[in-house]
Design a protein around this ligand. Sequence first.
Ligand code: ARG
Length: 318
Amino acid sequence: MGRSLPPALLVLLPVLLRGGEASPRRSPSLQSPAGACGRRPAVNELATGSRIIGGRDAPPGAWPWQVSLQIHHIPVGYRHICGGSLISHNLVLTAAHCIKNNRDPEMWRVVIGMHHLYKDYPYTVKNQVKDILIHSHFELATNENDVALFKLIKPVKYNAYIQPICLPETSLLLTDETPCYISGWGSTKENGVGEHILQEAQVDIIPLRICNKFDWYAGAISLNTICAGSASGNVDSCQGDSGGPLVCYFPNASRYYLLGITSAGVGCGRPKYPGLYVRTANYRNWIDSQLLNKAISVNIQFVLFFLTAGRMLLHNVL
Ligand code: ARG
């Protein structure tokens, strides 16, 4: 009898292994297609104004999924390191290279619903981090798989200034007319300093066959990357914008979708060297599997706990 499981546990095992919530696609922490995402209750659905050269101050609430990832610094409190995008009540998608110097969740906080980096608004939420999940094939040297997830300790409530962004579905059809935008508190020029008011800019999606031309990125850009900006280099992201969103508006769905994660670039705003963004659509499985792995590992811990408890009980009884 020593090694066999108690009958009650055998009945419980499949339930524990499957995970309380079943598959992550149906888990409440992930957005459902019909659920609230990609909407901007505080401003017009479509960003107003025509082409933006460089960037401009975003109106408050314009990018309600934009978060600031901040790290604890002893004399100054917290410092903005990277951007990120809220994808559900408790998940923020960002770039893996943002965490290269500090992987300890306790050192970070996530600030959601912000406009000016150093001002608090009634709707601003500051959240501690429970877990940081980094893509296991992230490579710092090449920026391949530059994806990470921050799991928040406390789920955040949505309001007009805090909303999740939709993750792309394969059926999204991007045309030359699809308006796409970047946002962030990063530098407004190469080697510059960060902005205090959230900046926004409209960008062109640049096809890989152009981006990979020999006098552009010369074939170095993979299918997991989106090039965006402008051919002349006037519009771009820069240091401090990393991890933040590249979103496009799809009028048929009346929603914004997270097409990319700000990742890298040669300099900032240089002609023929547009910004490089992680192609989010290629990482949907990774995002889902991360949540599933977590659920399984928690359940295995449960099983181990029950096994040990069961064995101890048997020892005491026999
Ligand atoms: N790696 C930068 C960061 O950590 C973002 C660089 C984006 N560069 C560009 N030219 N678009 O903030």
